[in-house]
Write a protein that binds this ligand. Structure first.
Ligand code: NAD
Length: 474
């Protein structure tokens, strides 16, 4: 059985591996002392993390409002509830997750015992992005704790109020000798990346993802990269445009479009383009009123740099604007905006939009949509609105993406029994629920070989020299 259910063992005496500086060396020696191994420690930390989210709900909501003008409902649903559900489930499943799993025997191992042990890696580095600053740092942290690791968390400096709050609260609730928050931007992150960690979990752009992977390769450190990209939508004939536009507008304009799995652009047959644009425009008015700037439910762009980038895309686009288009740099406000007659070479199709702009690009049908998707990098999600089984099959069999969702958008991220992650340029590795536990665990093969005389006779007799034809025939 695993050490977690046994009385504690004496600490391991070990030389510190090279390329560790004070902070990580200290955390590593805590890990080697075995402090994070017992189930009781893991439970206590998960419960404390849960308590942090409950006790500090108001301050978390306030920080999210300051950084992104995220409304209370979005803060509750997309940060707090999703996190609490994940932490509670990990805590509940901990005994079963950490137990040694029996492995099926084969002919040559019929007299032995085989198992799989989930072992913590050691000290994990978790680097978060700014758009969901609590979820993207604390959800991986919960998995790292459940798996028995020490962790250093580096929130994004761009969501500065949230980063400061994490740095203040985490040490108050969690075991400081094993879990730390380090603040800073690109320079500080690069300094951290020079050190040797046992696991790196990164969320952010594909550009920085490459830097993280290059740094990790110097120490052969395994990585999870949660990246971005353009997640396409295909709307086929025969769907209820009222329902489709409601789901699309919610997923696109949530957090003012700054969601990694937001539907980036929409493809549909030409005859659907204008009715769909009209339906989305009507939905925007229903969600946010005639003036979304006055709506308490509509967010803001996180920084001036991001604002300028998105406005640059709007100015460069040659597509027709169906609704929206207002901007206000002082307030970092960009109205929910829909474009029609978008061409494949338009500015809006060049990079991940990561803002509240919805391009609708007419295509001749499902074949062209699939062809276009496959010409681009593999996305984090593909969304297909259809009731046609042959359209579903085509997407299932002929495309690749982190997730494939039929008749909805974004919502799969809240389903903890589904893995969340990308493929190709949208990332590698997966998390959420038990997948986070698996991510932060090394699966060690265990073999308890039989020493019996019968075992020597039966399944070992062919392996020792001198060899002869009868041994070969086996
Ligand atoms: P960001 O600027 O906050 O960067 C992410 C992290 O990388 C931060 O902690 C930041 O300090 C660090 N960083 C930035 N530049 C660096 C550098 N040069 N060297 C080392 N570290 C550096 O976030 P972002 O990159 O603007 O995030 C937006 C991207 O992230 C989008 O592409 C989005 O789709 C993606 N994203 C993906 C997910 C996911 O779960 N897959 C979630 C959120 C965001």
């Amino acid at each position: 059985r695993e050490a977690t259910s046994q009385p504690p063992l004496p600490p391991i005496q070990s030389e510190q591996p090279p390329h560790r500086t004070a902070a990580t060396t200290k955390t590593l020696s805590t890990f080697l002392s075995g402090q994070t191994r017992p189930l009781s420690w893991r439970r206590k930390q998960l419960e404390a993390l849960y308590a942090l989210l409950t006790d500090q709900e108001d301050r978390i909501a306030e920080a999210l409002w300051q950084d992104l003008r995220k409304c209370r409902q979005e803060a509750a649903a997309a940060e707090l509830l999703i996190l609490k559900a994940d932490i509670a489930k990990l805590n509940r499943d901990l005994p079963q997750l950490t137990d040694i799993h029996k492995v099926k025997k084969t002919f040559i191992s019929m007299m032995d015992n085989l198992g799989l042990q989930q072992q913590p890696y050691g000290v994990a580095l978790i680097i978060g992005a700014w758009n969901y600053p609590f979820q993207l740092t604390l959800m991986p942290l919960a998995g790292a704790i459940a798996a028995g690791n020490c962790a250093l968390v580096k929130p994004s400096e761009i969501a500065s109020a949230s980063a400061a709050l994490l740095a203040e609260l985490v040490p108050k609730y969690l075991d400081q000798s094993c879990i730390r928050v380090v603040c800073g931007g690109a320079k500080e992150t690069q300094e951290l990346l020079e050190q040797r960690f046992d696991y790196i979990f990164y969320t952010g752009s594909s550009r920085v993802g490459r830097l993280v992977m290059a740094a990790a390769s110097k120490h052969l450190t395994p990585v999870t990269l949660e990246l971005g990209g353009k997640s396409p939508v295909y709307v086929s004939e025969g769907v209820d445009l009222g329902q489709v536009s409601k789901r699309l507008a919610w997923g696109k304009f949530l957090n003012a479009g700054q969601t990694c799995i937001a539907p980036d652009y929409v493809m549909c047959p030409p005859e659907l383009a204008q009715p769909l644009a009209d339906a989305v425009a009507a939905q925007i008015a229903e969600f946010y009123g005639q003036d979304p700037k006055a709506s308490p439910d509509y967010g803001r762009i996180v920084s001036d740099r991001m604002f300028d980038r998105i406005v640059g895309l709007m100015q460069a686009s040659k597509a027709d604007r169906a609704t929206g288009g207002d901007t206000d740099r002082d307030a970092r406000y960009i109205a929910p905006t829909v474009y029609t007659n978008v061409r494949a070479d338009d500015a809006l199709m060049r990079e991940e939009i990561f803002g509240p702009l919805m391009p609708i690009m007419p295509v001749s049908g499902v074949e062209e949509a699939v062809y276009f998707i496959n010409k681009c990098e593999k996305p984090l999600a593909i969304y297909v609105f259809t009731h046609d089984g042959s359209v579903k099959r085509r997407f299932e069999e002929q495309t690749s993406s982190g997730a494939l969702v039929f008749n909805d958008v974004v919502i799969h991220a809240g389903m903890e029994t589904l893995p969340f992650g990308g493929v190709g340029h949208s990332g590698m590795g997966k998390y959420h629920g038990r997948f986070t536990f698996d991510t932060f665990s090394h699966q060690r093969a265990l073999l308890y070989k039989s020493s019996s005389a019968t075992s020597e006779m039966v399944n070992n007799k062919f392996r020792y020299p001198p060899y002869n034809d009868s041994k070969l025939a086996w």
